[in-house]
Design a protein around this ligand. Sequence first.
Ligand code: CP3
Length: 348
Amino acid sequence: MTKTEQKKLIRALNGEVLTRPPFWFMRQAGRYLPEYRKIRATAKNFLNFCYTPDLAIEVTLQPLRRLHTDAAIMFSDILVIPDALGQKVAFKEGEGPVLEPIRNVGQLAALSTDGLHDHLRPVYEILSRLSLEIPATTALIGFAGAPWTLAIYMVEGRGGTECGTARLWDYQDPEGFKKLMDLLEEAVSMYLIQQVAAGAEVLQLFDSWSGVLSENQFRRLVIEPNRRIVERVRSVYPKIPIIGFPRNAGSKYLDFITETAMNGISIDHSVGLKWARDYLQPHACVQGNLDNHVLMAGGDALDSAVIDILTCLSNGPFIFNLGHGILPPTPPENVERVAELINNWTGS
Ligand code: CP3
């Protein structure tokens, strides 16, 4: 067996149905783990932490030791891209990311992909070292934010509930807004291609803010850029498995997966299991979708939610995951319990 053939995550993404499905957790490295908080306290600020290979590698490995997940996701953040393009990005304690907002085409002149690879060299080092350090059965996931979600942070200056400024900019000045989207498409494509060169075996594109869009904007700002990024990455690496995550896209998940031709589709917790099985699974490997709040709650509610997901989705290509990242107050024992339930699963 080759190295790749041993990895359940990659087998599932290539369409195989596995009796015990592969699993990993979004934000599996993070503040819910005491060992993460300890290392995080030694770093000057969050971006610095992400750009320090020794620290980022250590926290990537922490959840593997505890949970024996089928994937290691490199420790980083989607906002390294605006940072690498030249925008001011800061992570404020208790507030999350804060950026100096870009509101018109004139301000785009300050951004450029020229120094992108130089700036992101630590990320590539993290991947190449991890690819040598992780167990032979663990798949290494690289990732990026998709252009619309990056644009939200860049234009709003933070994550927004309505994303009104960016949506309005697109409706009022579609050509200007497209210049920002095209720049991001270029940057994300370059970044993902280099991640594969450095050792990433699977890629995930996070479009966390796609749920706020009308059908028309969803097509232009989510489906089209995601589709073109997949095309560009596959023109260099035709076989690289790619997972999309148009969070909260509802019924638009179906258009997303048929039109982008990704290998995997990550679904949030609001997606109905039977609908995902009947409509999405015929097109791609489904990944998801445990509610991160039931994970925090634990107990019987957690056990039955996990079993419901396994029962409905594990007869097709499937990766067990959450609908969104692990929340900081989550007891690590609850996450360990989920791993135990999946490991004991022998099929429905
Ligand atoms: O374990 C993993 O999943 C890998 C690491 C990872 C992080 N961020 C680490 C992180 C990944 C894949 C991300 C992606 C990310 N970052 C997304 C897309 C997925 C999603 O959550 O919707 C988004 C929108 C961001 C932007 C971002 N980064 C926000 C909104 C925040 C603040 C919220 C929070 O949880 O604090 C961050 C900070 C961040 N990124 C933390 C971690 C572990 C916490 C910061 C800290 O430890 O001080």
